[in-house]
Design a protein around this ligand. Structure first.
Ligand code: IVH
Length: 669
């Protein structure tokens, strides 16, 4: 028996499992990726030399399995029940009343947890070693997906031994995917021509069904444990189970809360309904569980769900309603967006009457017709969208939607460039475009004029005070007319004029962005002013000169040249110049000499002291570049809180990581 090898293997396994726990469960890595890889490499080679020493809990076995033909069926020791759903306060109070009546005492408490929108699984640990992982299936029998679950590094292959480990225990919990990981994965699938997944839950379910664990290992799956039973051991309460799960080294969500009254439960539900989008993963409600296990037993179960727990779901973000009409909205650049006028429907806390239909192509693809029953969805963003048609309910004799051929605001003929999904109104004098352009000019990321929000701009355009953005700087002359308008008084007018005055100091790149040139966003504007230091230089630039700039292709270059060739635009620029707006970049170019010159950064996770845009500005003003994808060309990855797949990729490619503190040091050097 190679005693030294055995000892070393044991040592390496303990080290690696411990580092997995620090990295995946606590998110506090202790060693570098290189050091981790060395440990893993050494373990692999020792196990290869001594195959007799291989054990199922070795970290080398995470992706050790071969592809399967089919999963074998497992019968659950205790059925995996589902939960009764409640949707409103009344039902949850009724649930509480039933509990009080059955127990006949007032002394009970609940544990509230988030209801993770993933896939439920069960894990078996014999003497602390993971021996089985299975799906819920029909509640009685599920699939043995042990090989797939072993690839998930936050699931310990061996329980931690700070406390005594039982002969057997069963852990249940949810496999899920973070939204950012899901989006990133879909982006990559799109690029490689693969089918994309609908949502994180679908992609989790699809991944767990894969029969090749090597493929599963590449997918960003996570786990939260929320159930523990150890035969022969009295765990007393659910809250104790959660604490023991944590001691065993299993990931347990930190947002659970002990509630002693049903009002507290309702408050927890309300808080999470409002804050669900701040979590990095999807939840569809909360779960309320009676804490004491003896009381749980007293209540028992009916059919498929326990009486001691309930899911308290959030109101749906999808609803069915009727499409009455489609009207067109014209953006500041003339882009035509079709909008659905709907039969009012209550959705996610508000009544929805309108939803976006994106563009003509979208209507055609989904074959959306007037009078159709449609599904409206509210995602993370505020604007609801029509996501599908309930074809079974379509009335007879309906016709495909004929997209209007003229602009509803100005009557100009609409134009759809070849290969584009959108129609455009090409009349730059279209009132809808004028309004949109001024709103953009005054907006936060552009000239940032407080007091000129969308509603006020609309009012001032309608009363004739503003016909274009240059008119903003004539407001002082027109003070009396402004004062005569509804809702404007001495104070608010003065405040607006002060804000207008202040905006003259905005930097040149902001002014350039505010002009609203098609395809020139905030960061392109910054790039342009690095080479074209004054508006005069830019006005006389040709397409080829503009194309020399990195990140500027023919489309942007042509758009800039076209903008300055337009007489109307030239007049506005001339007026803005005489209004003394900043029309030149004063600071010396930093790109060539900046401390970060030529370095490519990727930002991931949230920073606490600045926004992403600010971080980007810092990097770029020191000569660095910011990219959205981690690749071998990346020099540094700046890691904020809750970093997701980019961090993983960076580790994989061994790209240097910097935390926020060191990032600040770097940019202030
Ligand atoms: S407890 C008997 N806790 O909800 C109690 N379930 O309809 C069993 N789920 O299949 C489950 N988050 O997939 C529990 N914190 C949580 C949960 C949770 C999500 C899912 C789970 C289960 C379904 C019940």
């Amino acid at each position: 028996m190679p005693l030294d090898a055995e000892k070393e293997i044991e040592y390496l396994r303990n080290q690696i499992l411990d580092h997995d726990y620090h990295y995946y469960t606590l998110a506090q890595p202790v060693i570098s990726d290189e050091e981790y890889d060395l440990l893993m490499h050494r373990l692999f080679s020792l196990e290869q030399q001594h195959p007799d020493l291989l054990t199922p809990d070795s970290p080398s076995q995470r992706v050790g399995g071969r592809p399967l033909k089919e999963f074998s069926t497992v019968t659950h020791i205790i059925p995996m029940l589902s939960l009764a759903n409640t949707y409103n306060e009344e039902d949850i109070r009724a649930f509480d009343r039933r509990i009080a009546e059955t127990l006949g005492i007032g002394a009970y408490r609940y544990v509230c947890e988030l209801k993770f929108d993933g896939v439920a699984v069960t894990l078996h640990y014999h003497r602390g070693i993971l021996t089985l992982g299975a799906t819920r299936g029909d509640g009685m029998q599920g699939d043995d997906i042990s090989q797939n679950l072993k690839t998930i590094r936050s699931i310990p292959l061996r329980l931690h031994t700070q406390s005594s480990i039982p002969d057997f225990c069963e852990v249940r919990g949810e496999i899920f995917m973070k939204r950012s990981d899901f989006e990133h994965m879909n982006e990559e699938r799109l690029l490689s021509g693969e089918k994309t997944f609908m949502n994180p839950r679908n992609s989790t379910a699809g991944t767990l069904k894969l029969q090749d664990p090597k493929l599963v290992a590449q997918r960003p799956l996570n786990f939260f444990a929320y159930y523990l039973r150890c035969p022969g051991i009295d765990l007393q309460s659910h809250s104790r189970c959660l604490a023991v799960l944590e001691e065993y080294g299993l990931p347990v969500n930190k947002q659970s809360k002990i509630c002693t009254t049903i009002d507290e439960v309702i408050a927890y539900w309300k808080t999470w309904e409002q804050n669900r989008d701040t979590l990095p993963f999807d939840i569809d409600g909360i779960v309320v569980k009676l804490d004491a296990l003896a009381q749980q037993e007293q209540l028992g179960s009916i059919a498929k769900s326990p009486r001691w727990a309930a899911a308290f779901k959030f109101s749906s973000r999808q609803a069915e309603t009727i499409l009455h009409e489609i009207h067109l909205q014209i953006g500041r650049l003339g882009t035509v967006t079709p909008v659905a006028d709907l039969e009012p429907v209550f959705l996610g806390g508000t009544t929805v009457t309108h939803a976006t239909l994106h563009n003509a192509e979208y209507i055609k693809k989904l074959d959306i017709r007037l009078t159709d029953h449609v599904i409206v969805e509210k995602g993370g963003d505020v604007i609801p969208k029509v996501s599908s048609v309930v074809l079974e309910k379509r009335q007879k004799g309906t016709q495909t939607f004929g997209f209007p051929d003229s602009c509803p605001e100005c009557g100009a003929k609409l134009f759809r460039p070849e290969g584009e999904a959108n129609y455009f109104c090409e009349n730059s004098e279209c009132p809808a475009q004028i309004m949109g352009r001024i709103q953009h000019f005054a907006s936060r990321g552009a000239m940032d004029i407080e007091g000129l929000g969308e509603a006020n701009v609309e009012q001032l355009v309608l009363c004739g005070l503003l016909k274009n953005s240059a008119d903003i700087y004539d407001l002082k002359k027109n003070r009396d007319i402004l004062l005569a308008q509804e809702r404007w008084g001495q104070k608010s007018v003065q405040k607006l004029l002060d804000a207008v005055e202040k905006s003259r100091k905005q930097k040149f790149h902001r002014v350039l962005y505010a002009l609203g040139i098609r395809h020139v966003g905030a960061s392109i504007a910054q790039r342009i002013v690095k080479k074209f230091r004054t508006i005069q230089q830019l006005e006389s630039a040709c397409v080829d000169e503009l194309k020399e700039l990195e990140g500027i292709g023919p489309q942007i270059a042509e758009s800039v040249v076209r903008f300055f060739a337009d007489v109307h635009n030239r007049t506005i620029v001339r007026r803005l110049k005489s209004a003394r707006l900043t029309m030149a970049e004063n600071e010396k170019p930093k790109a060539a000499s900046g401390s970060l010159s030529g370095k490519v950064f990727v930002l991931t996770g949230a920073l606490t002291t600045m926004t992403r845009d600010e971080a980007k500005e810092h990097i770029e003003s020191s000569g660095g570049k910011v990219s959205s994808l981690v690749s071998t060309k990346t020099d540094f990855v700046v890691v904020g809180a809750d970093a997701g797949s980019k961090l993983k990729k960076a580790r994989l490619l061994k790209i240097p990581l910097i935390d926020e503190k060191n990032f600040i040091k770097l940019i202030t050097k």
